[in-house]
Design a binder for this molecule. Structure first.
Ligand SMILES: Cc1cc2nc3c(=O)[nH]c(=O)nc-3n(C[C@H](O)[C@H](O)[C@H](O)COP(=O)(O)OP(=O)(O)OC[C@H]3O[C@@H](n4cnc5c(N)ncnc54)[C@H](O)[C@@H]3O)c2cc1C
Length: 510
C-alpha cells in the first residue's frame, strides 16, 4: 500500500505497491522542463512533453499519488461542477462551448493514453445521471439540460436512474467514464520513464530562482528551462491563493448485500453539497463508491462525524453489507468557476501552473496537460486565454495583505515548554487535539493513542493563519489556503513547503 496525505485509507492507495526505485536528477543537466508534483496533473503533463521530445524531470515531495489523486473518486465527466448556464453567464457562450470541448478532449486523451500505452486501469465509458428530488431541483435540471445542449454536451431526459433513490426528474449524459486513477498514473509514469524522463520521489521543492535557466531548490538542487507547478496549489505566496478556496470532501467504499444493486454508471443528486455514486471493481470485488458532504477546510470541528452522516445517507438508500473504506481529501475551488492553467502570476513566462480544479480535476488535469504542453512546445491552443491564471488581476491591497499574513510570529522559537503546564492547560483524551493559548502564544496540541503529547506551533508556515484539527485524517489543516501538517508538523499538503516547528516540551516547570 502507498502513503497518502491522510490517516484514512482510500480504495485506490490500498491496492498500489510503492512506485520506486528512487532516482536523482542527473548532475549538471539543465532539463527542458521540471514538473513539480507527482499526481495526475504532473504525470499527464510530463508524459505529453517527454513524448514530444522534451527532456523532463518530475519532482515529487512524497510518493506518486500521495496527494488528492490518491483520494479522489475518479468520475470522468463532461457535466462539470460549474454548470454550463453559469459559465455562459460569466464567460459567454463561446467560452462555455470551449470548456465543454476541453472536457470531451480530456476524456479522449485519457482513453488514447490507455490504448497507446496498454494501461490496465479498468477504464470504461458509462452514462452519467443527475436527478432532482423536488421542484426547485427539477428547475435546475431543466437549466442544466438546456445549457448542455447549447454548448454541445449530449444530454437527454430519462425515466430511470441506476441508484434506488426517489426522484421526480432526471437527465442522462452519454460517454462519461470511470477508471482506477492510480493505475492510470502509474501507467503514465512508466511510459514517461521508458521515454527517458526522470522521476524523483521524496523530494520537496521549496523555491525557484532565475529566468532563462531556473534553479530549483529544496530537498534537491537542479536546473530547468521551464517549471510546471502541478502541486494542486502552487507553493510560496501567490495571488492564486486568494482565488482558490480549499474544501474537504468525503468518500466511502461499500460492499452491498446484493450484487444486482451496484449501479451501472455515474449518479449525482442536486443537493448542495451534492452526493455522488458509482461502482468500482478491484481484484474481482465490487464496491459502491459514494461521496459528498463537502465543507470548507477546517470549517467542521468533528470531521469523523461527517463519515457517519455519509454512511447514514448511504444506508438509507442501499442495502449495505459492510463499509470497507472511508476516506476524505481536499480540493481547491476556483473563485470564478474555471481552473487556472497557464503562466503562474508574478513569475517569469517559463513558470507555469495548473490549479483550482474544484471537483473535476480528473478532467482538468488532462486539459492542463494539453494546454501546458502546447504552451511549452510553442503551439497555439484556445485554452491558453480561457484558463489564463492572469485573468485574475491583483486586487487592491494585495501587497499589504501579503505583508500582514507573512509577519512572522517568532516569539515561541527556541523556548522549552513545561509538559505539566501544557497538560494542565487542556484536558485531552487520547486521540484529541486542541489549539491553546499560553503566555501570549498559541500552541497546537495533540495527545496520541499512547497518551504522548505532540505540540507544534499553530501558525501555518504559509501565511500564518491558525491551523485546526482534522480528527478523521489526523492532520492539522489550515482554513485559509489549505496547507496541511502531520501531528508533528511535517507538511502533508501545500501551499506550505516548510514544516511547522515542534514546540520543545520539557519535563518540569522550566
Ligand atoms: C474526495 C474527492 C473526490 C474527487 N472526485 C473527483 C472525480 O470524481 N472526478 C474529478 O474529475 N475530480 C475529482 N476530484 C478532484 C481531483 O481528484 C483532483 O483535482 C486531482 O486529483 C488533483 O490532481 P493533481 O495532480 O493536480 O494534485 P495532487 O494529486 O494533489 O498531486 C499534487 C502532488 O504534488 C506534490 N507536491 C506538493 N507540493 C510539492 C512540493 N513543494 N514539491 C514536490 N512535490 C509537491 C504532492 O505530494 C502531490 O503528490 C475529487 C477530489 C476529492 C478530494
Amino acid at each position: 500500500m502507498i502513503a497518502r496525505d491522510g490517516a484514512c485509507t482510500s480504495i485506490w492507495q490500498y491496492s498500489m505497491e510503492p512506485y520506486g526505485p528512487t532516482n536523482k536528477p542527473e548532475a549538471g543537466m539543465v532539463y527542458d522542463v521540471a514538473i513539480v508534483g507527482g499526481g495526475i496533473t504532473g504525470l499527464s503533463t510530463a508524459w505529453l512533453l517527454q513524448k514530444a521530445g522534451k527532456r523532463c524531470l518530475v519532482l515529487e515531495a512524497k510518493n506518486i499519488g500521495f496527494g488528492t489523486t490518491g483520494g479522489t473518486t475518479a468520475h470522468l465527466n463532461t457535466m462539470l461542477d460549474t454548470p454550463y448556464h453559469v459559465m455562459i453567464k460569466n464567460f459567454g457562450e463561446d467560452n462555455a462551448k470551449l470548456v465543454a470541448h476541453a472536457a470531451k478532449e480530456a476524456i479522449a486523451l485519457i482513453k488514447q493514453n490507455i490504448d497507446d500505452l496498454r494501461i490496465n486501469c479498468s477504464f470504461k465509458h458509462v452514462p452519467g445521471y443527475t436527478f432532482a428530488q423536488n421542484e426547485d431541483e427539477a428547475k435546475e435540471l431543466d437549466d442544466m439540460l438546456e445549457s448542455c445542449q447549447q454548448v454541445g454536451v449530449e444530454v437527454a431526459y430519462t425515466d430511470r436512474i441506476p441508484v434506488p433513490i426517489t426522484h421526480n426528474k432526471a437527465i442522462v449524459f452519454n460517454n462519461q467514464a470511470q477508471f482506477h486513477p492510480l493505475q492510470y498514473v502509474y501507467g503514465l509514469a512508466k511510459a514517461f520513464e521508458e521515454a527517458g524522463g526522470v522521476i524523483v520521489e521524496n523530494t520537496r521543492v521549496k523555491g525557484i530562482e532565475g529566468d532563462d535557466v531556473i534553479s530549483i531548490t529544496g530537498d534537491t538542487t537542479c536546473q530547468a528551462k521551464a517549471v510546471v507547478f502541478a502541486t494542486h496549489i502552487p507553493i510560496g505566496i501567490n495571488l492564486l491563493h486568494l482565488r482558490c478556496i480549499p474544501y474537504r470532501t468525503y468518500a466511502l467504499g461499500v460492499r452491498l448485500k446484493d450484487e444486482k444493486d451496484y449501479p451501472y454508471g455515474l449518479a449525482y443528486d442536486c443537493k448542495d453539497p451534492y452526493h455522488y455514486y458509482r461502482t468500482q471493481e478491484i481484484d474481482g470485488v465490487k464496491y459502491l463508491i459514494a461521496g459528498g458532504c463537502d465543507h470548507r477546510t477546517a470549517a467542521e470541528e468533528n470531521t469523523e462525524k461527517i463519515f457517519l452522516q455519509l454512511e447514514a445517507h448511504v444506508r438509507t438508500h442501499f442495502d449495505v453489507e459492510e463499509v470497507i473504506y472511508a476516506w476524505s481529501s481536499q480540493y481547491f475551488e476556483p473563485a470564478d468557476g474555471l481552473p487556472y492553467i497557464g503562466h503562474l502570476p508574478g513569475h517569469a513566462a517559463n513558470v507555469l501552473v495548473a490549479t483550482g480544479f474544484g471537483g473535476n480535476g480528473m478532467i482538468y488535469s488532462s486539459v492542463a496537460a494539453i494546454t501546458l504542453s502546447k504552451m511549452l512546445l510553442g503551439e497555439e491552443t484556445p485554452y491558453t486565454k480561457l484558463f489564463d491564471p492572469n485573468r485574475v488581476k491583483p486586487v487592491a491591497g494585495f501587497v499589504n495583505f501579503i505583508k500582514h499574513n507573512a509577519t512572522v510570529a517568532g516569539e515561541m522559537i527556541g523556548k522549552i515548554w513545561p509538559a505539566d503546564k501544557l497538560n494542565a492547560l487542556v484536558e485531552l483524551a487520547p486521540g484529541d487535539a486542541k489549539v491553546v493559548k499560553y503566555e501570549d502564544a498559541t500552541i497546537a496540541l495533540h495527545k496520541d493513542e499512547h497518551g504522548n503529547l505532540h505540540a507544534i506551533h499553530s501558525s501555518c508556515t504559509h501565511m500564518k493563519c491558525t491551523i485546526a484539527w482534522n480528527s478523521a485524517e489526523n492532520s492539522w489543516d489550515c482554513p485559509c489556503h489549505g496547507a496541511r501538517f502531520s501531528i508533528d508538523g511535517e507538511v502533508l499538503t501545500g501551499p506550505a513547503s516548510t514544516d511547522l516547528e515542534a514546540v520543545v516540551i520539557g519535563r518540569g516547570d522550566n
